[in-house]
Design a protein around this ligand. Structure first.
Ligand code: SAM
Length: 246
């Protein structure tokens, strides 16, 4: 997989080298490039924004630097696999979730377009649809100052799904928001007692059947308490009774 980031704040992406994506790059699972949008400006002030047509507060990102950057960075291969997926980070996009992370993890090339100010001139998105797959993605129902933090969060969720990335792929299976649809059960490690809190005895019993049943029960309870919206009939089609907290 290749990941490219278009931003006016390239420094935001320094953590890529340190964290999980950096490790994946070391393993040869991915390559990434960070690009300063101002590279594709031609005036002395390297201008990327201007006042909005129709008036109103704030500035809007001009289309020309984005267009020229896409001309250089987008791969327009004839097969789906070669094609670039441009991810526009925007609070008006589709909400980012684990399903979308799984989908993006199947792509060969992700190009993140990180907006600033009041956002990017709409014609950039309209144009991008003609040269690449386009996804407009929101990190959540709140407004950030720019798309960089959203792009980093999406990257981390996607990269850990790449085959060969996790040391133990089994750890992806039982996670919150994985295919089962439940939140993860509580986890414990040594010591067995700490500040008066004890590890549940069942986890030290060595009985794998009882441990699996306990974990499933805890996952259902936790989901019912914290995120009852996730308990769709398909999640519970094993007939597990829901025990709600009182
Ligand atoms: N005026 C825009 C609106 O109301 O939709 C918000 C612009 S915001 C200040 C600047 C940039 O931050 C956006 O273009 C987008 O790239 C990014 N951004 C802000 N909130 C975001 C969110 N929830 N998810 C993803 N990106 C976000």
């Amino acid at each position: 997989m290749r990941l490219d980031y278009l931003t006016i704040f390239p420094g935001f992406f320094a953590p890529l080298e340190l964290s999980l994506p950096g490790k994946a790059a070391d393993k040869g699972l991915l390559a990434f490039g960070v690009h300063d949008l101002r590279t594709w400006t031609h005036d002395r002030h390297r201008t990327v924004d201007d006042t909005p047509y129709g008036g109103g507060a704030g500035m809007v990102m001009r289309p020309e630097p984005w267009g020229e950057a896409f001309d250089e960075l987008v791969r327009a291969g004839s097969t789906g696999a070669e094609r670039t997926t441009i991810v526009f980070t925007t609070p008006s996009g589709e909400p980012f979730d684990q399903r979308l992370a799984e989908e993006l993890a199947t792509r060969e090339h992700l190009l993140f377009a990180c907006g600033r100010y009041e956002g990017i001139d709409q014609r950039v998105i309209d144009h991008a649809r003609g040269v690449a797959e386009v996804r407009e993605v929101s990190l959540g129902d709140y407004v950030l100052n720019g798309g960089e933090v959203a792009a980093l969060a999406i990257t981390e969720a996607v990269v850990r799904l790449l085959p060969g990335f996790m040391g133990n792929a089994a750890s992806l299976v039982e996670e919150s928001h994985a295919a089962g649809g439940l939140l993860e059960y509580p986890v414990y490690t040594k010591p067995p007692q700490w500040r008066g809190h004890e590890v549940p005895a069942v986890l030290r019993s060595g009985d794998h059947g009882r441990i699996a049943a306990w974990r499933h029960d805890q996952a259902v309870r936790r989901t019912a308490e914290r995120r009852p919206d996730l308990l769709t009939p398909s999640v519970l089609d094993d007939g597990t009774p829901i025990v709600r907290a009182t």
